[in-house]
Design a protein around this ligand. Sequence first.
Ligand code: GLA
Length: 360
Amino acid sequence: MTFAELYGRSATARGEAPGRVNLIGEHTDYNGGFVLPAAIPRRTIVEIAPRGDRGVRAWSAEFPESGTTAYTLGDERRRHDWIDYVQGLTAVLAADGLQQGFDARIESTVPLGSGLSSSASLEIALGRAVRDAFALALDDVTLAIRARRVETDFVGAPVGIMDQMACSLADTTSALFLDTRTLEYSRVPLPPAAALIVIESGVTHRHAGGEYKTRRDECAQAAARLGVHELRDVGPDELARVDALPEPLNRRARHVVTENARVLETVDALKRGDLPAVGELFLASHASMRDDFQISVPPIDALVEVARGVQGVYGVRLTGGGFGGSIVALADRARASAAAERIVQAHNRAHQASARVLVP
Ligand code: GLA
């Protein structure tokens, strides 16, 4: 349904934001570390029109069966539903001056539960529409900080800030090198000879679920035992101390410490245009997530094994929070499309799976 069909008038503001794929730097963001996401060519679009009262109505083309959902500003309550991202954002933005209600229409091509930040994409797209409609003074970094609070304070997902920063600031032709401690960032162009492949495994995840929080808690415990504020403060030269921690804290910390180092090496390799080196780093990252951080699942490992053997692929890894979701591969640009198709066909045939190509 169009905005006019839903609400009998036209939208007056619109916001857009892409989904993201993380190239490398997984579960480092809530440890104060480094991440390297890029935008994907799939987006969430939100249209809105202000109302004369404090009412909010929202409709999502992804959940047409839920119809239009209504609530009042100041009376946001968790419903364990997509509307929580809308409610969470209006609750957070009250302190930035959002005092007037609106009607909203949402549509998205970012798949849900696939590790590609559909929720952050919605938060940023809606934040942009609201910012424009009500002239709120929020820059893109502040908007990302607010959007993360939607997850941590309203939805109850104890995430880091990578996804919101990526959906707010990243583009599809470069990787966003972000220091999650300082929020300093720079854009690292993807070499012209390279292309990213993103394949959805068909196994979906949920972050509010326990495993993500368990990993977070384990990292905090490891940091406390090592006497540092965050695992970011442990260098790769201190791995002997990390290895001496009890299981599984030793593995969790080893992943974070080595993953931070791999992000820095990946940035250097991309700048040199050394695609085989980036590919090796992707593979090492996957092994670390599988064996040390233990956030992979057999269907994802199978997909990675198929992909790494396909011509034109330099390296491949699980991307996002884990326990399902998507894989990202670095490929030779000229062979990327064919390689992506070959991976999906071979994997689906061998495992009766329903993986599909999202990029390119
Ligand atoms: C999810 C979270 C991010 C980050 C990743 C793992 O996407 O939202 O903050 O922790 O998992 O790298």
